[in-house]
Write a protein that binds this ligand. Sequence first.
Ligand code: PMP
Length: 404
Amino acid sequence: MDFDALFNEQLTQLKDDGNYRYFAELERQCGKFPRAANHDEDGVRDVTVWCSNDYLGMGQHPKVIEAMCEAVERTGTGAGGTRNISGTNHDHLLLERELADLHGKEAALLFTSGYVSNWAALSTLGSRLQDCVILSDAGNHASMIEGIRHSRAKKVIWKHNDVHDLEMKLRCLPADVPKIVAFESVYSMDGDIAPIKEIVEVAEKYGAMTYLDEVHAVGMYGPRGGGVSEREGLADRITLIEGTLGKAYGVVGGYITGSAALCDFIRSFASGFIFTTALPPAVAAAARTSIAYLKESEIERAQQRRQVARLRAALDREGIPHMYNESHIVPVMIGDPVKTRMLADYLMREWDVYVQPINYPTVPKGTERLRFTPSPLHTDADIEHLINALRVLWKQCALAHAVA
Ligand code: PMP
């Protein structure tokens, strides 16, 4: 059988639909973020990165780099085993304590990524709690959806951020079955924020546990970077908070926090925790330094808010449509995959601006977009350069429209 022909058939379809994923070949340059070297067929040149999830530039922070280098010298490169078989290092446990403290919880549990933490935790809870029903926000991330699917628990999808719909669905379920309300705080593509208080109140009313993904919020919201749940004083009412070390903290890894019993339960049954090599201790040391730093420092968060506001104001002035939200994510809506790709290519080629086109299935068809994430390290001149580029682009698009 010609397997490559089978693969290529589907790949061609993806390309025809405009949904094939090309990626830029970037080379991050220490200390220069948000600049990076872009390798393409014309050679190597510096570009400004406008779509990084290293939201605060912590991936290049001298203290984080120093912590990682020190730990590599001290512990070597890898963990040497799964967490249960020789792979648990002192640095992992220190990091878990730091994370538990960040969210005011009894315990925390590390995973190799945020994706794995969602997948492992939800699949374990859903499969191990008898007759469990998981109520999942319609906008939830793929890692949560896959975890729920794998658990084979009954799944009920409620309308995105719609507390009334959630309550209607909770009301229909038997009182005595375990229920989990799974949702996110900051949704990554629209940048909208969940009404956490209302969701928690409804969940409490029906005796459901709450599962909150704060991947796009940890490090960035709350006085110590504990996420939107910290900012709103609600962390102690959320049963399980999940986060990543790979975005605002600038390293890699994922985690859950909650009661000691909850973390021990997932530690004991989750295959995504048990059967995989632990994170390198140096990664844990770097992440702990990043978390501890952002618990104290407000400078990065404040400067990021300023740059987000500046970009939004400039887009408004130019009449460039962007989705309004209260987070750091600035989606400029295009609504067509081929056009989105063309615009991104043009920005890279002509303006040395890198922003990845966001297409289906990451976002629904017809809502393709350019997603900008201003960081504290983008200068006012960077914003001006981006706006100049978009102004020219928008004029050309309007012209193309008029001729067509
Ligand atoms: N949850 C959400 C909401 C995400 O957007 C992502 C990744 N973009 C993840 C979880 C997975 O996190 P990680 O990148 O650490 O695997």
